[in-house]
Design a binder for this molecule. Structure first.
Ligand code: ADP
Ligand code: MG
Length: 477
């Protein structure tokens, strides 16, 4: 211990001369059209590109304390993956933290409290497999293995009800169990059928195939009533995706079709029986990549650490957590101590390269070189809707000759309303700043507003002036 500490401080002072080895450049660098740029290595400044063809499987794990930069890495990765790979992305958003970003990035947010997903739907598989999946989900979430009698009764009820009914749902199972006086088993499932908690007990409104082929989609699970329902929803959706992807044959050239993100999905990544573990273990079998992130490494099953193609270890403070990760991956004491003092965005990256019998390499990344999404502003009017990137609009305003305070007045007005401003209000600002009608018209044309709409906007401004007497220009608090 003493010796290693001496060694690492010694290393630190001679960093330029001695540092832990970094993988060869050819392994890290890719054509920007093929790899996803992440950042540069700490010592040799080699740009690191993630290329699924170079690692043993496309799955990714991320651990680090809150605020260490896990979600930022996910966002950066997804943004670039959509450009480089043309991949769709589906985020299972446990805490509802991705919504705003997804909207900014032009994606779609689906709130699960307004949807239903019949737990008994086969999805893309057979009855027998689906029964197995339902049982394994209940094993993970309700510890059903501890209650072998009830486990058997529930499995039996599934078999029987499927035989009797074409499109059964959970209520039918509960009814069947009650009829057979298997009340304890009925009770285990009944809580998923009560009003407000019946996400799984009606006809499905979610179309899994569509969700996985619609660009960037975030499923907001946080409004589901309980942690248990949230986890079961996440796991069920993942099971359907897995079957869907199994049905689509893997083609090396077509690459990654879909990225599925589980951020803070602690409960479903920890247990052996979970499909998360299967997917990671099965490696390249499907052409989708799973990204699992957690602040608590012990919530991730060891199989994830030892099998995942790419692991990002961001700042970890607790020794117990660091030991868990280190014992699963096996990097040096030096890297371990670096991990404990990382700044935001720093990471140790462990990759298992396909070249030469799955070589493992752990190296330090200076900082995830991130990318903020384009921030889109919207100008609306009746029957019109123009989107413009924030920086671009600000540039255009300066080009029109507006000064700093005028630009920030308009910016504040957009921000007040989540990035949206009525066209007539924008025009009012210009009039207030003393712009002529013809220069305002040319500005609106530049923004891409149609001629007919421009006339409408001006008449609205006029009407508003007439009714109010003065133009309302001071932003309200
Ligand atoms: N690589 C980075 N470069 C710049 N800012 C970052 C970076 N990583 C994270 N941040 C910022 O640090 C804060 C916390 O990051 P976040 O990704 O939410 O952490 P976590 O998900 O690990 O809790 C955010 O405000 C984020 O924008
Ligand atoms: Mg986060």
């Amino acid at each position: 211990m003493k010796l290693s500490r001496m060694f690492s401080s010694d290393l630190a002072s001679r960093m330029i001369l001695i540092h832990p080895p970094e993988p060869r450049k050819e392994l890290l660098m890719s054509l920007p059209s093929e790899g996803i740029y992440i950042g540069k290595t700490k010592y040799m400044n080699v740009p690191v590109y993630w290329d699924f063809k170079k690692v043993i499987n496309p799955h990714i794990g991320i651990v680090g304390i809150t605020g260490s930069g896990k979600s930022y890495l996910v966002k950066t990765f997804l943004t670039r993956a959509s450009l480089v790979l043309g991949a769709n992305a589906l985020i299972l958003d446990w805490v509802g933290e991705y919504g705003k970003w997804v909207k900014q990035a032009g994606g779609k947010v689906i709130s699960l409290n307004k949807e239903k997903l019949n737990l008994l739907d086969f999805g893309f598989t057979t009855k027998a497999v689906r029964i197995k999946q339902i049982m394994s989900a209940l094993d993970v979430l309700a510890d059903l293995k501890k209650y072998p009698t009830e486990r058997e009764e529930i499995e039996d009820a599934l078999e029987e009800v499927y035989k009797k009914k074409r499109k059964p749902n959970l209520r039918d199972i509960v009814k069947y169990l009650e009829k057979k006086k298997r009340s304890k088993s009925a009770r285990i499932l009944k809580r998923f059928t009560y009003e407000g908690c019946d996400f799984f007990a009606g006809n499905s409104t979610l179309n899994i195939k569509k969700l996985t082929t619609s660009g960037l989609v975030s499923l907001d699970l946080h409004e589901l009533p309980t942690e248990e329902i949230r986890s079961l929803a996440g796991l069920t959706i993942l099971q359907h995706i897995k079957e869907l992807m199994r049905a689509t044959k893997y083609d090396d050239k077509s690459g990654i079709k879909l990225l599925v993100v589980l951020d803070e999905a602690w409960k479903i990544a920890a247990k052996e029986e979970s499909d998360v573990i299967d997917i990671v273990r099965e490696g390249r079998k499907y052409n989708f990549a799973l990204i699992v992130a957690s602040q608590n490494p012990t919530d991730m099953h060891k199989t994830i650490f030892s099998n995942v193609g790419t692991m990002f270890i961001m700042r970890l403070v607790l020794k117990e957590f660091r030991d868990y990760v280190r014992s699963s991956i096996g990097y040096s004491q030096f890297i371990d101590s670096e991990i404990s003092s990382f700044g935001v965005g720093d990471a140790a990256v462990n990759m298992i390269f396909t070249e030469r019998q799955a070589q493992r390499a752990c190296f330090l990344l200076k900082k995830v070189d991130g990318e903020e999404p384009l921030f889109l502003l919207k100008i609306i009017g009746d029957n019109m809707d123009v989107e413009v990137e924030k920086d671009q609009l600000m540039r255009m305003l300066y080009e029109q000759g507006l000064d700093d305070s005028q630009v920030s007045l308009i910016k504040a007005e957009f921000e007040k309303n989540d990035g949206i401003l009525e066209a007539e209000k924008l025009v009012s600002f210009f009039e207030k700043f003393g712009y002529s009608r013809s220069s305002i018209i040319s500005f609106l044309r530049q923004l891409g507003v149609k001629e007919k709409r421009i006339i409408n906007i001006f008449s609205l401004v006029k009407m508003r002036r007439a009714s109010k007497g003065v133009v309302d220009l001071i932003p309200e608090d």
